[in-house]
Design a protein around this ligand. Structure first.
Ligand code: SAH
Length: 294
């Protein structure tokens, strides 16, 4: 089955059609659900496959963290359904969303489920996909740029760097019951030099204390990056010891990153250099470890 020829021959979709042909992108067939990541905020961080899905979808169910500018890529007449919690609106229940995905697909719709970041990173994408699998509804997963990688890149913080960390751990600060997740926190503290936390603002104090108790240095650098990649992006650089107090003054959505790689921001805050004329320091680790010769 191919994508709707009427929709794709509309002039505004010729570009999308050419792109799909040039890259050999898969057709969005009726009765399918595509679960796609929208990226962390900057609409330019949507993948090409995500844009193709938007152009082909009959109905789009999108979450609170999805940049609504992306919905302009939907074909005219596509149904746009908001399925998130924001501004006091009631949160759509997870089971209701999954049920809606199944019923729309069974009606022969091309259903796009669009989620912030990557659908399989702390995004319940797997829960929804498993419901589809149980209902025998065919689906495709379209990965996205996750906030914990792309959002940090916009803050000038590389998620790995060989002089600071050979490993990184992604952690959610939000367990199933709203408390800290039941993890082996000693292992988390010791497991890798860099820790990236999602949904951790409310528990930042408790997390920092737990990590320090488990042996992390209270003086090691930490950063809180909020509304990453959007026009409202803000970055606070602090220490693990001060993290809890700092987190109280920051708005969501926010990421917390702990580790020496935070110091690289002094040299890599390309966005600050672009927007505010920030001077970048070429040797932020102070190790005279510059490898390239100018
Ligand atoms: N699937 C998403 C994560 C969803 S969980 C992804 O892959 O990025 C929601 C959490 O993601 C937020 O609480 C926050 O910690 C983080 N997040 C998402 N977008 C963000 C942004 N633009 N800036 C900072 N944090 C963000």
């Amino acid at each position: 089955m191919s994508t709707d020829p009427v929709a794709l021959h509309a002039p505004e979709h010729l570009a999308a059609k050419r792109l799909a042909e040039a890259l050999g992108l898969p057709a969005f067939a009726p009765g399918w659900v595509w679960l796609a990541g929208a990226g962390p905020g900057d609409p330019g961080l949507l993948t090409v496959l995500g844009a193709h899905a938007l152009a082909g979808a009959d109905v789009v169910l999108y979450d609170a963290l999805v940049n609504e500018a992306l919905l302009k890529l939907a074909r005219p007449g596509a149904e746009l359904i908001y399925a998130g919690k924001r501004g006091g609106k009631a949160s759509a229940k997870q089971s209701d969303i999954s049920r809606l995905l199944v019923s729309l697909a069974r009606k022969g719709q091309r259903v796009l489920r669009l989620k912030g970041g990557d659908p399989f990173v702390f995004g319940r994408g797997a829960e929804e996909a498993l419901t589809l699998a149980r209902a025998r509804v065919p689906f495709r997963i379209v990965p996205g740029v996750t906030a914990g990688i792309g959002g940090l890149a916009y803050a000038g913080i590389p998620v790995t760097h060989r002089d600071t960390n050979h490993a990184v751990t992604f952690v959610t600060g939000h367990g199933v019951d709203g408390h800290l997740p039941a993890l082996d926190w000693n292992a988390v503290a010791k497991g890798s030099p860099t820790l990236v936390f999602y949904m951790a603002l409310a528990h930042a104090d408790e997390i920092a204390k737990t990590l320090i108790d488990a042996g992390r240095d209270a003086n090691e650098p930490a950063a809180i990056v909020s509304s990453a990649t959007t026009g409202e992006q803000s970055v606070r650089v602090t220490t693990l010891g001060e993290l809890g107090a700092e987190a109280k003054t920051v708005n969501t959505p926010a990421l917390i990153v702990i580790g020496e790689n935070v110091r690289l921001r002094e040299g890599l805050d390309w966005l600050g250099a672009l927007n505010d004329g920030r001077i970048l320091i070429p040797d932020p680790l102070g190790r005279a470890n510059l490898r390239d010769v100018s």
